[in-house]
Design a protein around this ligand. Structure first.
Ligand code: ATP
Ligand code: MG
Length: 230
């Protein structure tokens, strides 16, 4: 079985309750994300957005129902799902190696020029220039000097370098001021133009660029449509 590059990610009658809990987080959810579509998911804190993203990447198994990609359950694809799906989780994980290695995780072939370009895209050029050894700086040495928003953007740059057709982003612009956020969203969507994008955000900035906006409330989609319709 080979993972298709172009396929629809489908959520069918999905229910989810954490094993150690009685609270139903996702309730009878039905969604589909076709190739190249851009979807924003909005909802209050604790409403299940990050849980849904975990289900989409097969990191969590639905209590009932099915999440599939190319007609196969995402859990069946196992770790191979990473070949087609790049994921930026809410707590971006940086590895204890150089900045360059962190950026190349998932795309060892990325050239120095590509690294420079992507760092520019996420607005971290001046930060990299200030680092003692630039791209060769060890994250451990640099770790303390990065803010939450900077760490998130390093992780976002890593995702942008991967050539996956599906990209899942959990609040990639959190902690940024509105102007930096607008700039980042503009370059981000340019880079992700041809990809299937599923983007969790806590507010409406940038959603006008999406095909569809889903409002999640108590594990159900309360409203959906383009931002004009809503
Ligand atoms: P935020 O906007 O704050 O990131 P969210 O919509 O992403 O919130 P989730 O992280 O999906 O919300 O959490 C949904 C609910 O599930 C919350 O009530 C949370 O406390 C609960 N929850 C999250 N992880 C676990 C877990 N591992 N075990 C039990 N409950 C959990
Ligand atoms: Mg969350």
């Amino acid at each position: 079985l080979t993972l298709p590059r172009e396929a629809t990610l489908v959520v069918e009658n999905v229910n989810f309750t954490y094993p150690n809990s009685t609270e139903q987080i996702i309730a009878d959810l039905n969604l589909s994300f076709g190739p190249g579509t851009k979807t924003a998911i909005i909802g209050r804190s604790g409403t299940g957005k990050s849980t849904l993203l975990q289900l989409l990447q097969g990191a969590l198994e639905p209590t009932s129902g099915l999440v599939s990609y190319g007609d196969t359950a995402v859990s069946q694809w196992g770790v191979n799902i990473a070949e087609v799906m790049g994921v930026l989780n809410q707590k971006a994980y940086l590895f204890d190696t150089t900045l360059a290695n962190n950026l190349r995780m998932g795309n060892q072939q990325a050239t120095d020029a590509e690294l420079t370009a992507v760092v520019q895209q996420v607005g971290l050029t001046s930060l990299v220039e200030r680092l003692p050894a630039g791209f060769k700086t060890q994250m451990r040495e640099a770790g303390e000097r990065f803010s939450g928003g900077e760490r998130q953007r390093i992780a976002l740059a890593r995702i942008l370098l991967q050539k996956t057709p599906v990209v899942v982003l959990d609040e990639p612009t959190v902690g940024l001021d509105p102007i930096t956020e607008q700039q980042l969203l503009a370059t981000m969507f340019e880079t992700l133009q041809d990809k299937t994008v599923i983007w969790v955000t806590h507010h409406l900035i940038g959603v006008e660029q999406m095909d569809k906006v889903l409002f999640l409330e108590k594990g159900k989609v309360e409203m959906s449509g383009t931002h004009v319709e809503l």
